[in-house]
Design a protein around this ligand. Structure first.
Ligand SMILES: [Zn+2]
Length: 377
């Protein structure tokens, strides 16, 4: 690979010991995924149950995170005069010393609503599995994040300066992505349109580094239609091609380390089978990207307002969506679970590298680091 601007890389040792999801993506009993594999049409009990699942997960497993809900309502082509409620779920974690308006956040995004039709539609790749992948990734980096920020505080200096002191992370699970009838500008993206508008109009206090919550998004990383085997992931935007290439580099490294369960090389003792990468545009120059701007998705209202977007969406043959897309077959049974797990590991690695967590995954390593620093003082 040609030179890719990169943050300090995760070591091979760290890549190999990143936490795995275990049974949590089991489609019937898995703690993370199973509760999302149900119909969750906006404003219905299924939608509320899934929101509660997200809320419980963050409250119980990630208590250092701040959880918010952003509400809106709109008429839809099937609701007549009735307003349908849309609820976006937002969870964030910032460095403990930083004030809200001074933090730029890596922003991981997926929609959690399911389509109104066909009746009983689950939407496993669209986007129950991407939500679960993000949950696993955030749980996997949380303790390392705590250690790193404790370490920075113990060190005591540099908390006001430097990009690292102002880097946070947030998760958006958006409502109302799907059209109720047929996709139009008004019948789609209900949640993301409302959130982008609200965040554009909210201003931080006057002396803040970032003017609005919208400008606090350092990268809008949108995951959609993930969980089918052998995905094709293209790079769409020159401005974020460097981030795409960082993700591709991690994919290659995890494959070389035989960490990808969906790969023929997984855990084999010797030899190596050639395999294609999911991120197919890694070697391309950013000038040669063919932007397929026709893909309408939750990034659009944000991108129109100048937010940097990395769109991770499966387009087999570079021109289609996965075969189960928007059919009754997009359910738990049609997921390729090794692929779901690999995605969750890749997203974990990407977030860990973004947050510069090398050296903080192992409690012992981190403690030694702090001890050395203290004895040096
Ligand atoms: Zn969809």
């Amino acid at each position: 690979m040609t030179s890719v601007p990169s943050l300090s890389q995760l070591s091979e040792e760290t890549l190999k010991k990143l936490p795995r999801p275990g049974n949590d993506f089991d489609i019937h009993e898995g703690k993370l995924l199973a509760p999302i594999l149900r119909t969750r049409i906006p404003g219905t009990p299924g939608s509320i149950a899934v929101l509660n699942h997200f809320n419980d997960f963050f409250k119980q497993t990630l208590p250092d995170w701040t959880v918010e809900f952003q509400n809106s309502s709109a008429r839809t082509p099937i609701s007549g005069n009735k307003e349908v409620p849309f609820v976006n779920f937002i969870a964030s974690r910032d460095p403990p010393w930083a004030s809200k308006g001074d933090v730029g956040r890596l922003t991981l995004v997926a929609h959690y609503d399911s389509k109104y039709e066909p009746k009983g539609f689950i939407g496993a790749i669209d986007s129950a599995a991407p939500c679960a992948m993000i949950m696993h990734a955030m749980r996997s980096i949380d303790a390392a994040l705590t250690r790193k920020w404790d370490d920075m505080q113990a060190k005591g200096d540099g908390l006001d300066s430097g990009l690292d002191a102002h880097t946070g992370i947030q998760v958006l699970f958006l409502d109302g992505e799907e059209a109720f009838k047929t996709w139009t500008d008004s019948d789609s993206l209900y949640g993301s349109r409302s959130l982008a508008e609200t965040w554009d109009e909210t201003t931080h206090s006057a002396m803040s580094i970032f003017r609005t919550p919208l400008s606090s998004i350092s990268l809008f990383m949108l995951l959609d239609l993930l969980g089918s085997k052998d995905p094709t992931i293209q790079s769409y935007f020159p401005t974020t091609h460097w981030a795409y290439q960082n993700l591709a580099s991690l994919e290659g490294r995890l494959r070389n380390l035989k960490q990808f369960k969906s790969s023929p090389n997984y855990d084999i003792k010797s030899g190596h089978v050639d395999e294609p990468q999911w991120l197919v545009d890694a070697e391309k120059s950013e000038h040669l990207l063919k932007s397929w701007t026709a893909i309408q998705d939750d990034h659009v209202p944000f991108m129109r307002r100048g937010v940097d977007v990395l769109h991770i969406i499966d387009t087999p043959g570079r021109a289609n969506f996965p075969t189960v897309w928007h059919t009754i077959h997009d359910d738990g049974e049609h997921l390729d679970l090794p692929t779901v797990e690999d995605w969750s590991m890749l997203i974990t690695a990407f977030a860990a590298e973004w947050m510069e967590l090398e050296g903080y995954f192992d409690a012992q390593d981190a403690a030694e680091k702090m001890y050395i620093r203290k004895t040096e003082l």
